[in-house]
Design a protein around this ligand. Sequence first.
Ligand SMILES: C[S@@+](CC[C@H](N)C(=O)[O-])C[C@H]1O[C@@H](n2cnc3c(N)ncnc32)[C@H](O)[C@@H]1O
Length: 404
Amino acid sequence: MTRRLELIATAAFGLEAVVARELQDLGYTEQQVEDGRVTFIGDELAICRCNLWLRSADRVLVKIGSFPAFDFGQLFDQVEALPWHEWLQVDSRFPVSGKSVRSQLHHEPTIQAITKKAIVESLKRSYERHWFQESGTEYQVEVSILKDQVLVSLDTSGAGLHKRGYRAHGGGLAPLRETTAAALVLLSYWNRERPFLDPFCGSGTIAIEAALIGRNRAPGLSRNFLCESWPQLTRLHWKESREEARDKILNKPKFPLIASDIDDRVLRLAETNTLQAGVAGDIEFRPMDVLELKTSLEFGVIITNPPYGERMLDDESAAEIYDDMADAFEPLSTWSIYVLTSHPGFERLFRRRASRRRKLYNGRIECHYFQYLGPRPPWEITKDDAEPVANDDESPTNDDQHDS
Ligand SMILES: C[S@@+](CC[C@H](N)C(=O)[O-])C[C@H]1O[C@@H](n2cnc3c(N)ncnc32)[C@H](O)[C@@H]1O
């Protein structure tokens, strides 16, 4: 029997619209977008499908309830009143994690303890027991309070969805989160018919996420999720959604994706990651300084994350690299260029004003995604293509050629 469930896909700030669009494409159109999350309606199968398919979301949660609470008594009573027996079995383990922002209830350890106690009370009534061993299936309870509004949910993902299972080691190289890299591609006009290039590829995250998108390969296909042991989701749900994901994989994109970097060592790591991601044949890695960049291909898309101040190098070297980028990209008049950097002087140093820019976070670092839109490829002009994502950017400027 399918249930109408309220589900939540959590997202990094700035990526909510990307996640909402992904959910829409998966068929989940009844949705509400808020800071850091998209709430949507789905069923048990949706939990499996969204964990497997969402590229830019952090986690998938099941919403158990939400209510206002201004003191611990209110928190206790309302958590106790939720239908816990519909989810937790008599022997389930249910660790609770809590967080609170700008609320009267702010001591997180107490929020967790009260929530736990209220769930135990609720289960005592449902199962007519006084004591629970908690040796069975794990359900991670999340209680988050924002401006006195409590949201109680169960995490279905376990490890965050950025853990695709392909990254060997990221150590010390400032790799982008997989979810952020996927969002950069989804925010761009790249598609499997167009050349792709990342000339500062590092461990290859953007190219790998583009290759997965190019193949229409579900990013979670090589990993497991916390809710796989839940009795609410049957083996049939998982079989059906994994089969669907395997059936939808496409053959190679038209052009090999090109990923280059000046550092041989990171390229070896990138190659290992690509192999693990199952897209080894789709990406060509080249050891190369950005200044050596040459291509006869047209209407391609560059999506890149060059070094920037805070983590990678000093301002003077960043300025030099952005100047080199300006020279290297100059001949690519038909290409669209997308650059993620936290450097405040990027546009000046790159000597071009972006058609659009959008604020995004790379971990905790505030960045901007600078978008330079080239002309539309002639083979796409007859197609009635939609925007990549509702692009609620900060500053559209009138040199936005792609829409002309
Ligand atoms: C911020 S990291 C890119 C991280 C990458 N997005 C990832 O997820 O791993 C910047 C990369 O630029 C490379 N780099 C620095 N100077 C370069 C140059 N002049 N030409 C090409 N690559 C360069 C560095 O070796 C580093 O791997």
